[in-house]
Design a protein around this ligand. Structure first.
Ligand code: PLP
Length: 368
């Protein structure tokens, strides 16, 4: 049997429309900066994709800066917006934001994983112009931040808001114009495109200095020859619908099965609004790495809540910030791709139950 991939938050399953656009752009080739017909055709591909991305997120195409992905989009925002401002960063932000925001102050989160708006208000009330960085959806728990309330608080205190929407983009609605954030980061490969493209969506008319200077591409906001195939795939993926109801149904079936199997298992942020596709299941006392390896051997691919690029698993800073203490290293992230099969819950739960039985008896005999 094929392995069951439940690791969409690491990279979403490729959309067939994105694959088709990628192959067509590869065949076509060309550098969008060339003046000849081949270059003009390539320019057309880039601008069409930019329009598709802008349309999906309620932005004007001119306010979409194409980047190499989510990490660069976040870094571009921080680089351009933070000078002269206090930088306030949510405790559960992705390392892409935390690393780009040096000397930042931390906005606490509530036990359910949402930003603590009382704490944000207290920080904003201290005065001095601020840049607030809060994610739309957490990559480990899927917990959604109350963006409208956050944007209103920022506006009433003259603060700029940067939103890392890498995990929510394409999975829950996001209207950039209505939200009024200074910038929003998104990534193609988390939406069913391929790695190598992403975007920073800017507030109307906002100009940011380039992080990567070069040949004047992206109207001077991001240098470097555009990766045509990845951008074409990005645009096509952005135009695809997402069946949130079906995916949430699968997610709920998985969570119900886990609760029934062992009431000690905790779904982190389970009481908060979340992405339809994500569960972070904490089995107290059992390291995430052990669970991930056991499930992998059974053909089920999930992640530890936090895995660094070395593949090493440590305690999740997200679970730590939510107050999980020693169990912050015991959470596995189950993230359903858009094309998860309908029997995903049954397959996952059968493998999980077998692992649970084996590890429980091993723990019981170790403690006697
Ligand atoms: N922000 C969040 C919330 C993410 O989950 C990720 C990737 O996991 C990134 C940013 C980085 O995006 P990219 O992989 O496109 O650089």
């Amino acid at each position: 049997m094929d392995p069951l991939d439940l690791d969409a938050n690491a990279t979403e399953a490729l959309r067939p429309a994105a694959k088709a656009a990628l192959v067509a752009a590869l065949r076509q080739g060309g550098n969008p900066s060339s003046i000849h017909a081949g270059g003009r055709a390539a320019r057309g591909v880039v601008e069409r994709a930019r329009r598709q991305v802008a349309d999906r997120f309620g932005a004007a195409p001119g306010d979409v800066v194409l980047t190499s992905g989510g990490t660069e989009a976040n870094a571009l925002a921080l680089h351009g917006l933070s000078p002269g401002r206090r930088v306030l960063v949510g405790a559960t932000e992705h390392p892409a934001v935390r690393a780009a925001a040096s000397a930042a102050e931390t906005i606490r989160v509530l036990p359910d994983g949402r930003a603590d708006l009382g704490h944000l208000l207290a920080l904003l009330a201290e005065g001095a112009p601020a840049l607030v960085c809060l994610m739309a959806a957490n990559n480990e728990t899927g917990v959604l931040n109350p963006l409208d309330e956050i944007a209103a608080l920022c506006a009433s205190h003259g603060a700029l808001l940067h939103v890392d929407a890498v995990q929510s983009a394409g999975r829950v609605g996001l209207d950039a114009r209505r939200l009024g954030a200074a910038s929003i980061a998104i990534s193609a490969h988390k939406m069913g495109g391929v790695p190598g493209a992403g975007a920073l969506i800017l507030a109307p008319g906002l100009h940011l200095p380039a992080l990567i200077a070069g040949g004047g591409q992206e109207r001077g906001r991001r240098g470097g020859t555009e990766p045509l195939p990845a951008i074409a795939a990005f645009g096509a993926a952005a135009a695809e619908p997402y069946d949130a109801r079906r995916i949430a149904g699968l997610r709920d079936a998985i969570e119900a099965g886990l609760r029934e199997l062992d009431p000690a298992i905790v779904i982190a942020g389970g009481g908060a609004p979340r992405l339809p596709n994500t569960s972070l299941a904490v089995w107290p006392g059992v390291p995430a790495e052990t669970q991930v390896i056991a499930l992998d051997l059974a053909g089920i691919r999930v992640s530890a809540g936090a895995a660094c690029s070395s593949g090493k698993v440590g305690a999740s800073h997200v679970l730590e910030a939510m107050g999980f203490g020693a169990d912050a290293a015991c959470g596995i992230r189950i993230s359903l791709p858009w094309n998860a099969p309908d029997d995903a819950p049954q397959r996952f739960l059968a493998a999980y139950a077998a692992m649970h039985k084996r590890l429980s008896s091993r723990r019981a005999s170790a403690s006697t």
